[in-house]
Design a protein around this ligand. Structure first.
Ligand code: FES
Length: 125
């Protein structure tokens, strides 16, 4: 059963996000996903669902629910104008968001595999 051992909001179980896939989350219950998590090379990376495209800053990025990646699952891809981002660094590739960066979201993965929103304050950095 999901719990919040550090008082951090529960997002999902880590195994729910498969390699090369993404999931969106609405932890503030606003009716649209404010962040998404991608699994790449076995690691999870969390980003705010807000495109940094100049003139369109903050636009939601998914093609449909949970679809934040290109077809090959290799890059984050914005539905607005097709900007591509490195899923591990958030850096925009040449194109509409060249050199711009996605806003990273801090998540914590507990030893039992819970993905929580925020930093585990019990661990030393
Ligand atoms: S709004 Fe994201 S690429 Fe234009």
């Amino acid at each position: 059963m999901a719990s919040e051992p550090q008082g951090l909001p529960f997002l999902c179980w880590q195994q729910q996000i498969e390699e090369g896939k993404s999931l969106g989350f609405d932890p503030e219950h606003r009716g649209r996903d404010s962040l998404f998590i991608v699994r790449r090379h076995g690691k999870l990376f969390a980003w705010r669902n807000a495109c940094p495209h100049k003139g369109y800053e903050g636009a939601p990025m998914a093609w449909r629910k949970d679809a934040y990646l290109n077809q090959a699952g290799t890059h984050v891809m914005c539905s607005g104008h097709g900007a591509l981002f490195d899923p591990e660094t958030g850096v925009g590739l040449p194109g509409p968001c060249s050199g711009r960066v996605l806003e990273a979201i801090t998540i914590t993965v507990t030893p039992d595999g819970q993905v929580l929103l925020g930093a585990d304050q019990t661990k030393e950095i």
